[in-house]
Design a protein around this ligand. Structure first.
Ligand code: NIG
Length: 385
């Protein structure tokens, strides 16, 4: 297998507790793994040598929350929002209609285009969800299409299909739908929010998924205070995503748990919600992830850099906290932060997912907001940019 040494690294963010951040560094990729990390002067020879001339290098972004199995767009809904209309979960039904009408090939091509768009901006590990099908057949084909992504989440409990009875729909999700979809996914999610699923319905979905061996995640506290965060902690979910409206006991619950608080600032801006209180979460000791939440309704961006910039400039996260949340935090939310092939970290044995910035340090992600800084990207050892 071919080896590559990336050398001349001005600042190397490893996210490894022992290695820390290195200057004048190098790393060696061997196939799809990192084989060596250290000082440039000690770097071993390799088949290929790439000198990045003093630039900053970090692990590829780990985007742990997206909804990329969809068709159509919702430009007019977005424009109406910018004119003052509120975001409502009911808009999801528009994308459900377009998704049901699309062929598998169209859905797969749209997903591929968005994964490629993200990779070109440094995202090397991406989760995506079903949730715009909402019938057994459409959720099943959505799950099969989604297999292109690194992690696949079943979100049959995204919205009660218009005209259907909520509890009967939850029966379907917990029975026939999960039976069909579970073999194709690793995770199950539920939108626990007023206008979507209440606490009891959400708990039923999560327990049914857990009984089938799936990992759990929750959309919670997005549009108002609610039970989502505490439910996620109670059922041992890997993450609770959004966390826009938290009270003190939600923060305490997260801080005392292994559930990652995944913040989605691009979504809050696009839906004109307040930004989450990242400082309260971090100061209390909770693990925080940042994700882009790319979807056609509430957050139509794949830019993790935009999320990092926003987190630093507007959410009072430090650069290091924001970078860590967008790499290792996402990896923790997906439970992929340890062992062989770990993501969000650059150490021997980690996945060879590398992001080179056209900048001398990661500080430039906030210092030069909006400027595209991705210079080069390797995913699983392959140069994708
Ligand atoms: O995470 N909140 C629920 N689901 C998506 C939005 C989906 C949509 O509006 O189409 C989210 O923001």
């Amino acid at each position: 297998m071919a080896t590559t040494v990336i050398t001349g690294i001005g600042e190397l963010t490893t996210n490894d507790d022992e290695l820390g951040t290195l200057t004048d560094a190098a790393l060696v990729l061997d196939g799809d793994r990192v084989a060596w990390v250290g000082s440039a002067s000690d770097a071993p020879d390799a088949d290929e040598r790439v000198d990045v001339d003093g630039r900053a290098v970090l692990p590829g972004w780990v985007d742990s929350h997206s909804h990329l199995v969809f068709a159509g767009d919702r430009t007019s809904e977005f424009a109406a929002r910018m004119d003052g209309k509120p975001y409502q979960a009911g808009g999801i039904a528009v994308t459900v209609g377009a998704t049901r009408a699309a062929t598998d090939e169209e859905l797969a091509a749209n997903l591929r285009a968005h994964l490629d768009e993200a990779a070109a901006q440094g995202t090397t590990c991406m989760e995506t969800k079903t949730g715009y099908g909402l019938t057994v057949a459409d959720e099943l084909r959505s799950a099969k299409v989604a297999a292109e992504a690194d992690e696949v989440t079943f979100l049959g409990a995204h919205l009660v299909p218009p005209g259907e009875d909520a509890d009967s729909y939850v029966d379907l999700v917990c029975g026939e739908m999960l039976d069909a979809v579970a073999p194709h996914v690793g995770w199950c999610d539920v939108f626990c929010e007023h206008g979507a699923f209440d606490e009891a319905q959400s708990r039923r979905v999560l327990e049914a998924a857990k009984a089938r061996g799936l990992g759990l995640r929750v959309h919670g506290n997005q549009l108002q205070q609610g039970p989502g965060v505490k439910l996620a902690v109670e059922v041992g979910a890997a993450s609770v995503d959004h966390c826009t409206y938290l009270n003190e006991s939600d923060v305490d619950a997260l801080a005392g748990s292994d559930t990652v608080a995944t913040l989605l600032p691009a979504c809050d801006l696009s839906t004109r919600q307040p930004l989450p209180d990242a400082r309260a979460l971090l100061d209390a000791g909770a693990t925080v992830a940042l994700a882009a939440n790319c979807n056609p309704g509430s957050s139509y961006t794949s830019s993790m850099a935009f999320c990092v910039t926003t987190a630093v400039l507007q959410m009072r996260m430090t650069i290091d906290e924001a970078i860590r949340a967008a790499t290792l935090g996402g990896a923790k939310a997906l439970r992929r932060n340890t062992g062989e092939g770990a993501v969000g970290v650059l150490r021997e044995g980690a996945r060879a997912d590398v992001h080179v910035l056209n900048a001398p340090s990661t500080t430039w992600l906030a210092y030069r907001p909006g400027v595209p800084l991705t210079q080069a990207v390797w995913r699983k050892g392959n140069r994708v940019r």
